[in-house]
Design a protein around this ligand. Structure first.
Ligand SMILES: [Zn+2]
Length: 317
């Protein structure tokens, strides 16, 4: 391993004393890695510089280039933490729409979702579901599925520590929040209820480490506000201050019935550089009959699936 250009000679000597084994070799400290490959070794900031980590030897550790890119700009504590969505989910209690068409569907793409989110995002991953397919609990299974992908394929892959659910209608937001607080426990999916908050003011998103597992909010707080330059007539978009850090704190963002604002969602997908963005809808087209931009189909659970699988579609008698 060679001294990186940005490190002083004195720091390099200290770094070696700290990390080299008896034979002078430096091994990658990534979880379950231990690679001794000199050519691939990098010096990582334990606490990232973007999060205020210091440029000093105490904040450096050896990581191979693969582990370093998996770690991204997350701090080390993150890898030692067990998040709510890392706990087991009792999938036998799920309906088929939730189990086969959401949870298992994500697992089928396990290796894909175990990569750093910044490498696989910039898409709207869509689940198309008939109305009454049990959407709230379908959405609830997503972070568990993503975290299972990480642990199954690469223990140091990103995991979801917090989920943001975005839906436009006030009554629906309250219903989501209520159902997610009550139903996972009542149906025996988990043995501890998630901490759910309903975001009603922008200030509620401002704290550094918000104390919840799931937040439900209105998209209007996430869109850039449009204005125009009166002299040139040019359209100007201004994001709410701090919006990137808000997005950054939610590795998983889920839009409910997102056809109302695909332009806004497209902007948001671009801004959420370290998040995965999913959508659940029964109608994946906008007001003009166009498909949503950047949409990727995950699964389709239609009327006939519903009738066949769990009888969730009732006929009017
Ligand atoms: Zn490694």
């Amino acid at each position: 391993m060679h001294k990186p250009k940005w490190m002083t000679s004195l720091q390099w000597v200290e770094f070696g004393k700290r990390w080299a084994d008896e034979s002078g070799r430096i091994h990658c400290v990534g979880l379950a890695c231990n690679s001794p490959d000199d050519r691939r070794m990098t010096v990582d900031h334990i606490q990232p510089r973007t999060a205020g980590g210091a440029d000093e030897v105490a904040n450096y550790q050896p990581l191979c280039d693969i582990c370093n890119s998996k770690k991204g700009n997350r701090a080390d504590w993150y890898w030692k933490e067990t998040f709510y969505f890392d706990k087991p989910l009792v999938t036998t209690k799920l309906r088929i729409s939730q189990h086969d068409f959401v949870y298992n569907r994500v697992l089928e793409f396990g290796e894909f979702f175990a990569r750093p989110y910044s490498a696989v995002n910039s898409k709207l991953f869509c689940f198309l579901q008939a109305v009454a397919a049990g959407k709230a609990l379908g959405i609830f299974t997503l972070p568990f599925a993503l975290n299972r992908c990480s642990t199954a394929h690469w223990p140091a892959a990103p995991r979801v520590d917090r989920m943001l659910i975005v839906t436009k209608d006030q009554a629906l937001r309250s219903q989501f929040a209520h159902e997610l607080r009550e139903e996972p426990l009542r149906f025996g999916l988990v043995n501890e209820a998630p901490r759910v908050v309903e975001i009603t003011r922008g200030e509620m998103l401002a704290g550094d480490s918000p104390d919840y597992d799931i937040a439900v909010m209105c998209p209007n707080m996430l869109w850039p506000q449009a204005g125009s330059n009166y002299q040139t007539g040019e359209l100007l978009l201004a994001w709410a201050p701090g919006i990137e850090s808000v997005l950054h704190r939610h590795p998983l963002i889920v839009f409910d019935e997102m056809h109302y604002a695909h332009g806004g969602i497209r902007l948001l997908i671009g801004a959420a550089r370290h998040s995965l963005v999913f959508g659940f809808t029964a109608s994946p087209i906008d007001a003009y009959g166009e498909l949503l931009a950047d949409m990727v189909k995950m699964s389709v659970y239609g009327y006939h699936d519903a009738v066949r699988n769990d009888g969730s579609m009732k006929y009017i008698r």
